[in-house]
Unconditional design. Sequence first.
Length: 72
Amino acid sequence: MKKKFNLTDLDCANCAAKMEEAIKKIDGVNDANVSFMAQKLTIDAQESRFDSIMKEVAAVCRKVEPDCVIEM
């Protein structure tokens, strides 16, 4: 299942790259892209576990960039 989300308060491209790398390591994630310029997250993950995967994604994003919010 592939979905796009808007990001709020993503402050730098380096943080976006760190988030993307960490999200791709989460079990069940097939692919992810964090765009600093567009302030968007595109994620392709297992549909059966999508909600729990997104909770892990949100935790990763907060760890890298505490002010960043994923608009779900």
